[in-house]
Design a protein around this ligand. Structure first.
Ligand code: UDX
Length: 439
């Protein structure tokens, strides 16, 4: 099939490459000329495992190319995937400006029957309105169909999640669309991937609910971590134990610094906004609690750090290990690690950050170290804030002579307490119990 993918961020780039991998002919479109030039050379705008080789292969064979020109895709493609960003606006609602731009540029060029597939995460009600607007603007009129097909890809696993999705959700309100969608997804459907067929509103809400539920699990276990800390309980053992119950499950019960990134924070805020708009305050209040717990995890670590610095962070040197919102990505959007670093900087501390992948912006108020050793040199305290695997293999005995003071806060609860304590470190894991035998 001939497929266009509009928007080449995380979602669009991976999706365009994935569609080519499924054997389709694909054109990706973006208004950013530099990005398009790099993509045509097989280079992704993001760090994502296994993406570059797939891009190189398909741009090399001519099966996949990228353009900035809407006329290039309008007549050529049978279906158009909308993968543009829907960022958070100041009110908390999703900003649909990029979707409206695509509508204004593309719709007047649609002269023959076409299927628009809405993949961007949107508030409930968007698809119904967008279909009406496309039909009103397109010369093909009612020949333009629309489908809601949310994505569930995780950064760091985007290629795998695209090629082997755990479900394909289709909000379909036109008979014609389904036959086209079955051809688009013929490969994963032939592997028995579950297909959920529903209406527009449900498909939009499925995506919102999936993110909100996962964020809720994280905030729940983090609130339990705070209670464990206050009472002498151990949150990791607690999570393991309740996770054995199949109705609960162990996934997304890792207590720590909470969630960040480009999706959860903005998507749950947008859901709360929709709930308010529709008079469902019980849901917006609920999500508000999830957000408050998440924010409090960051503040707790900042306060704990200051406490271990004798109550005053001014002039103290703080080493921060990790800057991305989670390991396996170079994304620092809404990163819990950087919030803590920023809060400590505003208390007068000198913060030095090391991350294996993130490049910090020059606007950031901290220096960036080239190695973990470089970051900890002369530090009054070390903070482990993003659980990159390389931090687990650091040798605490090698780091000890480099620091001013051997105190480390493991906010992600992933370091081995025995090896760190055996090397003379005071290791603090909020919500965990110290079981190191006294010597
Ligand atoms: C998420 C969803 O998983 C994905 O389905 C959706 O399409 C986009 O949003 P992503 O933002 O890549 O994907 O990150 P994810 O791996 O889900 O982690 C989100 C955040 O939660 C990270 O900051 C992570 O560190 C944190 N997290 C995750 C926890 O704090 N504890 C956990 O147990 C799991």
């Amino acid at each position: 099939m001939r497929i266009s993918v509009i928007g080449t961020g995380y979602l669009g780039t991976t999706h365009a490459a994935g569609m080519a991998e499924f054997g389709h002919h694909v054109i990706g479109l973006d208004i950013d000329t530099e990005r398009v030039a790099a993509l045509n050379k097989g280079r992704a705008p993001i760090f994502e495992p296994n993406l570059d080789p797939m891009l190189e292969r398909h741009t090399g064979s001519g099966q996949l190319r990228f353009t900035t020109d809407h006329t290039d895709i309008a007549d050529w493609a049978d279906v158009h995937f909308l993968c543009v960003n829907t960022p958070q606006s100041p009110s908390g609602a999703a900003d649909l400006g990029q979707l409206r731009n695509v509508r204004d540029q593309l719709a007047p060029l649609l002269t023959r029957p076409t299927l628009i597939i809405l993949k961007s995460t949107v508030p409930v009600g968007t698809a119904a309105q967008l279909r009406q607007e496309f039909r009103a603007l397109a010369p093909a009129g009612d020949g333009v169909d629309l489908t809601v097909n949310p994505e569930f890809l995780r950064e760091g696993h985007a290629v795998e999640d695209t090629l082997r999705p755990d479900r394909i959700v289709l909000g379909v309100e036109d008979e014609r669309s389904l036959e086209v969608l079955d051809r688009v997804y013929a490969i994963p459907l032939s592997d028995d991937t579950p297909r959920v067929l529903t209406n527009f509103a449900t498909a939009e809400l499925i995506k919102n609910a999936a993110n909100a539920f996962l964020a809720t699990k994280i905030s729940f276990i983090n609130a339990m971590a705070q209670l464990c800390q206050a009472t002498g309980g151990d949150v990791t053992e607690l999570a393991d134990a309740i996770g054995f119950d199949e109705r609960i499950g162990r996934a997304f019960l890792n207590a720590g610094l909470g969630f960040g990134g480009g999706c959860f924070p903005k998507d749950i805020r947008s859901l709360a906004h929709s709930a308010d708009e529709h008079g469902v305050e019980v849901l917006s209040n609920f999500i508000g609690s999830v957000e408050r717990i998440n924010d409090s995890q960051r503040t707790e670590v900042t306060e704990l750090t200051v406490e271990h610095l004798g109550g005053d962070a001014a002039g103290k040197r703080i080493a921060v290990l990790g800057a991305t919102f989670k390991p396996g990505t170079d994304d620092t959007r809404n990163s819990p690690a950087l919030t803590v670093a920023e809060q400590l900087h505003s208390r007068g501390a000198e913060v030095r950050v090391y991350d294996p992948h993130a490049r910090l912006s020059t606007r950031d108020n901290f220096s960036q170290a080239a190695t973990a050793q470089d970051a900890v040199a002369g530090a009054d305290i070390v903070l482990h804030l993003t659980e990159w695997p390389e931090f687990r293999s650091l040798d605490p005995a090698v780091l000890a002579p480099l620091v001013q003071s051997t105190i480390i806060i493991d906010a992600r609860l992933k370091l081995n307490p025995h090896t760190w304590r055996a090397a003379g470190w005071t290791l603090i894991q909020p919500g965990r119990v110290d079981r190191t035998p006294a010597c």
